[in-house]
Design a protein around this ligand. Sequence first.
Ligand SMILES: Cc1cc2nc3c(=O)[nH]c(=O)nc-3n(C[C@H](O)[C@H](O)[C@H](O)COP(=O)(O)OP(=O)(O)OC[C@H]3O[C@@H](n4cnc5c(N)ncnc54)[C@H](O)[C@@H]3O)c2cc1C
Length: 387
Amino acid sequence: MISPLRYDYDVVVAGGGIVGTACALAFAGDGLRVALVEGDVLGGGATAAGMGHVVVMDDSEAQFALTRRSQQLWHQLAKTLPETAEFETTGTIWVAADEEELAEAERKHAYLQERSVPSRMLSGRELSNFEPNLRRGLAGGLLVLEDAIVYPPVVALHLARELQLLGSDVVVGRHISHLATGEAQLDDGTLLRAPRLVNALGAEAVACTPGIPVRKRKGHLAITDRYTGFVRHQLVELGYLKSAHSISSDSVAFNVQPRRTGQILIGSSRQYGNEDAALNQAILSSMLARAQLYMPEIATLNVIRIWTGFRAATPDKLPLIGPVADDSTLWLATGHEGLGITTALATAELLAYAFAGTEPPISNEPYLPIRFGTVEPTNTRIHQETA
Ligand SMILES: Cc1cc2nc3c(=O)[nH]c(=O)nc-3n(C[C@H](O)[C@H](O)[C@H](O)COP(=O)(O)OP(=O)(O)OC[C@H]3O[C@@H](n4cnc5c(N)ncnc54)[C@H](O)[C@@H]3O)c2cc1C
């Protein structure tokens, strides 16, 4: 019998999405010898399906810390990105439809001001001037100035290339069938060994690490032909906060993004319990109707492509970043739900600091997998959350 090929590394990173490539590059930048393994196409998973909105969120202090730190890292990285990464600091306008939502915009504004995040309130009239295609009569909005837009699959490819330039290995087209106890087994029998393994498999992370509390949350997006200037900022309804935070029911929200190409990306939807990637006509219709409610003229634009993708959701809406309790070699970098583009760079930074044994710029504690207890294949936590 021929024994399988074996290679030794300092770290094996499983998954070549934005999170895996960012982690791998951060480790290699610290002088570690890394293997990055992607079973399909680099940046082709949720990273290609997402909107690429780099957004500061304030659902909790932990969410704020991770999104803000990562956004700052994005602004640094942007200086080195190729033009094709389409990084643009468009800002986000949180659109308030009524007085109740305007009060929420004001609360958010105060929260961001206290933490030195540039933002400003917009009256209904200013909102119309900033975004003339929004319907008349909206109450106002909040402009968050440093929020940005990026085209994530190009960034994932760019980071993987940088990784190779540092002498690390990028293995594409090989699935990992086993990831534990210092070994990553590939589907051609090759064995990659390392004292540290990082599961950055996004919504597929459970397949290699059964029992972790990650569920798929399906989303739909649509993109139009080119209509330069139709939308100028990332626009999100404040009602989005209600729908995105509902962890049980299907939801849609007005969430529209201007691409540098002049195209308009229209989102978004959230669904649990549907792992079929096929388009769902009912969800899609209600998502487009929601967009039309805020921007009536959007109905006149040509949509040229529609797709779905899967977010990796956790019960507390925070990612899993850190070691697994019952395998000293295995670390997680998954569970980023709808914020994995935004938070990929801070995720990589937290793990790189942990590997180096130094204090990170933000506390890693809220994201440690141990908050859900030990990970065992028989753990029923995921099913409990579904109920
Ligand atoms: C509709 C939608 C809109 C979104 N919008 C935004 C947004 O505006 N802003 C934001 O910050 N986030 C957004 N997100 C979330 C974001 O896209 C994800 O959180 C992020 O892409 C996760 O990156 P990842 O690297 O963890 O996962 P992925 O990109 O899915 O990467 C995992 C990789 O692992 C590979 N893989 C899986 N199994 C194996 C295996 N056994 N062996 C080898 N390789 C394997 C896959 O092929 C894949 O490439 C959105 C997501 C969706 C679905």
